[in-house]
Design a protein around this ligand. Sequence first.
Ligand code: NAD
Ligand code: IPM
Ligand code: MN
Length: 355
Amino acid sequence: MKTYRVAVIPGDGIGTEVTPAAIRVLEAAGARFDLRFEWESFPWGSAHYFEHGRMMPVDALDRLRGFDAIFFGAVGDPRLQDNVTLNGLLLPIRRGFDQYACVRPAVLYPGVRGPLADRKPGEIDFVVVRENTEGEYAQIGGALHTGGSHEVAVQSAVFTRHGTERVIRFAFELARRRGGKRLLTSVTKSNAQGFSMGFWDRVFADLAREYPDIRTESLLVDAACMDLVRRPQDFDVIVASNLFGDILTDLSAAITGSLGLAPSANLNPAKTFPSMFEPVHGSAPDIAGRGIANPMAAMFAGAMMLDFLGEPAAANLTDRAVRRVLADQIDLTPDLGGRGTTESATLRVLEVLGL
Ligand code: NAD
Ligand code: IPM
Ligand code: MN
C-alpha cells in the first residue's frame, strides 16, 4: 500500500466547503488502487489573520516543505484587503516553492450547458499554462505620499529569461504530450508593452524552432479574449504571463460553463518542492456558508494531483466519476442550473465510485 502525505489548506469561505468534499472523493478513488493519504490540515487564512495578525505562521513554508503535495481551497475575506490575504498565503507558496507552471484545463463537458451558442460538449478542450512566479505578480514596487494629493504608486513587472523560457518550454512539451491539435498559442501585449512582452515573443519564437512538430501562433491578449469567445474550439495549449493567464482562465472557466468546474495545478516540474492543487475560483463570499458551492473544481484539481503524484489510474477514475455525474445532470449545484448542494453532488460522485 502506497501512502501520500498531503498538506491541506482549506482557507476561507467556500474553500472550507469544497476541500473536504474533494478529499472524500480522493479517498474513495484512492482506495480502489490501494492508495492511502495522510492529510494534515493547516488552519491558515483570514481567521488565522484575525487571531495572530498573519495569514500563516512565519515558518509555514518550512512546515509544508516535506509534504508530497499541497491541496488548497481558497482565500479571501471581504473584511480584509485582498492584497494582504493573497500575498500573505497563496502567492508566497506559489513563489516560494517555485511552482512556475500553473496548468488550467478548460473543457466543455457533456451535460454542461455553456453560455456560447452552437458550442457542443467536447468541442472546447484546451489548457492554459500560466507563468506563476514572476511577471506582473513580482512583488516589486512601492508607494509614496500615500493618501496625499501627490500620491505615487509603482508596481513593476519582472520577466527573466530563466522564468520565461522554462514556462514556454513546459507549454511546448505539454502540447506534445497531449498529442491533440499540436498547437501552442502564446498570448502577450507586445504592441503596448514592448520591453517585457516583446522579449517574451522573442523567447517564444526562439523555442518554437526546437519544436517543429508543434504549430505556433501569437495573439495579443485583447484579441485572444475575443477569440476565446468566438472560436474556442481552435485552441489546444495557451501560454501566458501571470496576469494574462489569470484573466484568461476566468474567461475560459466561464465559456466552459462555470468557475465551479475549473481546476488549477501549480506545478514545480523539477519536484524540488511540493506542488499545489486548487480550484481556479476564490472564496465566493456571496454563497459561502450556504452549502451550495460546486465541489467539482476541487475534485478535478484532486485528480490533477493524483496524476502529478504518479497515479494516473486513480486520477482517471476520479476525473471520469465527476464527468459521469455531470453527464447524468442529477443533483448538480445551482451554478450549473441544478438544485443540488455541495453534499448531494459529492454523494453522487461517491456513488459512481461505488460507495
Ligand atoms: P470567486 O471565484 O470567489 O467568485 C466569483 C463568482 O463565481 C461568484 O459569484 C461565486 O459565487 C461564483 N463561484 C465561484 N466558485 C464557485 C463554486 N465552486 N460554485 C459555485 N459558484 C462559484 O471570485 P471573487 O468573488 O472575485 O473573489 C472572492 C474572494 O476570493 C476575493 O477575496 C478574491 O481575492 C479571492 N480569490 C481567491 C482565489 C484563490 O484563493 N485562489 C481565487 C480568486 C479569488
Ligand atoms: C487565481 C486567483 C489569484 C491569482 C488571486 C486571488 C491572487 O485569482 O488563482 O486565479 O490571481 O493568481
Ligand atoms: Mn484568478
